[in-house]
Design a protein around this ligand. Structure first.
Ligand code: CAO
Length: 436
């Protein structure tokens, strides 16, 4: 058996009848010297009262909501007889005042938690220190928030005077984790340290109609969001002179038609893209899971974005390097029918190494295609138009094709991006280069 000692409220300055807002220990708890026992709150500050010595809590003499002044007993601690005598026991009184409380006005109570090495829940994000410091919360609640990586500036307090309680942080984290990956301004926004998404009652301003998203949109939306947020995209634009390519395509169109195939520019662009991928293999790669290597693929399976009534899908045409343009045009046609009929299976959409998104049949000039992870690049193609081009001392009409190459800057440097698109441009300008 050890001896019992009361711990008293220490000198808290001129304050009297200060409310106890938190009791941090309970009977049976072992505490070390300096462990926080209770939190007091004056008009100006919250402060934690630390244990003056180590021991086991035997009895609580106060509860949350009580008001205390200097000298009042907080709890009794049992000190092991084997333990070195606490400094306070040298005093004649049977009770020891706790050491000075730790006031918490604006500065955070603890150091930021070390950088986590494992994936963190959605609530973790950069903390805005100014907002954190100004938040109305006790030191232990601040510590709890830091442990979870929660920015107190974003949490609404439900305690007296809107003080943030431990429960407020717990429900904030719960909410964040419950947000679907694609939800705007929820968990993902918080993970980026962004303010929450504005909640607007649109009907207040005029008539509205809610249109449910298609199944494909609900699946592709979060994937597009992930890719946009995770991949450092760079989009390199260019314009290729496809006057000769278009003349060739038109000359082949009849022959294609005889085979029941519609030869659009896309099949030729796929062939040209593969020629560029062979010269610049980093664009036909994925980043290794370790993050420190590129996995270069020696096969050329090209994903083609297809616009369907249900939403965007990206079926994959396999071994584009081994097929002629008529075969590719045939497969493209079959695939887009299958896609529009909603008949693509998972296998049709797997294994792509590079993607092409063609809006050439619709219009527009350049755009930023989103990389289809785990690929590292995607080519956006817009509508070709005839433009005056300065050539041999005069303007001549040329058919120009807008190209937009998005690449993952972790896998590909800017100079490589420019080299790739320049090479691709040269192949499209002279398709005979495919043979090289
Ligand atoms: N410049 C000018 N005309 C073009 C062109 C271009 N770059 N590309 C195609 N065209 C023409 C075609 O020759 C065809 O002309 P005709 O009807 O006179 O013969 C017409 O535009 C329509 O072509 P298409 O769209 O039917 O065929 P395609 O091979 O070019 O594309 C497919 C096939 C499936 C890719 C396309 O139909 C499609 O769905 N595109 C949208 C992709 C998409 O949504 N991308 C966005 C993804 S990011 O959100």
């Amino acid at each position: 058996m050890g001896s019992l000692r009361d711990v008293l409220v220490p000198d808290i300055g001129d304050f009297k009848n200060i409310p106890v807002i938190e009791v941090l220990v309970k009977p049976g708890d072992s505490v070390k010297a300096e462990d926080s026992l209770i939190t007091l709150e004056s008009d100006k500050a919250t402060m934690e009262v630390p244990a003056p010595f180590a021991g086991v809590v035997k009895e609580m003499k106060i509860k949350a909501g009580d008001k205390v002044s200097e000298g009042m007993p907080i709890l009794s601690l049992e000190i092991s007889d084997a333990a070195p005598a606490p400094a306070a026991s040298q005093k004649p009184a049977a009770s020891a005042p706790a050491p000075s409380p730790v006031p918490q006005i604006l500065a955070p109570a603890t150091k930021p938690a070390p950088a986590p090495s494992s994936p963190q829940p959605a609530a973790v994000g950069p903390i805005d220190e100014t907002g954190f410091a100004k938040a109305h919360a006790s030191p232990s609640v601040r510590r709890f928030a830091r442990e979870l990586g929660v920015d107190l500036g974003l949490v609404k307090g439900s305690g007296p005077k809107a003080r943030i309680l431990k429960e407020d942080i717990a429900s904030f984290v719960k909410n964040a984790l419950a947000q679907p990956a694609g939800a705007t301004g929820g968990g993902a926004g918080m993970a980026l340290g962004l303010p929450s998404w504005p909640q607007v009652d649109f009907a207040k301003f005029g008539p509205v109609e809610t249109q449910p998203m298609s199944r494909i949109k609900k699946i592709s939306g979060p994937a597009l969001h992930r890719n946009w947020v995770h991949i450092p995209h760079v989009t390199q634009n260019d314009e290729a002179d496809i006057t000769d390519l278009e003349a060739f395509r038109k000359s082949m169109a009849e022959e294609a038609q005889k085979q029941g195939v519609k030869l659009t520019p896309l099949a030729l662009i796929m062939k040209a893209a593969v020629a560029a991928l062979k010269i610049h293999p980093e664009f036909n790669s994925s980043i290794a899971p370790s993050g420190d290597a590129l996995i270069l693929k020696r096969y050329y399976h090209i994903g083609v974005a297809v616009d369907t009534p249900g939403g965007l899908v990206v079926p994959v045409v396999r071994d584009v390097d081994q097929k002629g343009v008529l075969q590719l045009a045939k497969e493209l046609g079959e695939m887009s029918v299958k896609a529009r009929d909603g008949k693509l299976g998972p296998a049709d959409m797997q294994g792509g190494t590079f993607s092409i998104s063609s809006l050439g049949g619709i219009g527009g000039t350049h755009f930023t295609p989103i990389i289809n992870a785990p690929e590292v690049a995607i080519l956006g193609v817009s509508k070709s138009t005839t433009k005056p081009v300065w050539k041999d001392g005069q303007f001549v009409p040329r058919l120009m094709l807008p190209l937009s190459l998005s690449y993952d800057h972790r896998a590909v440097d800017g100079a490589q991006g420019a080299r790739f698109i320049t090479y691709l441009n040269s192949v499209l300008s002279d398709i005979r280069r495919v043979l090289l």
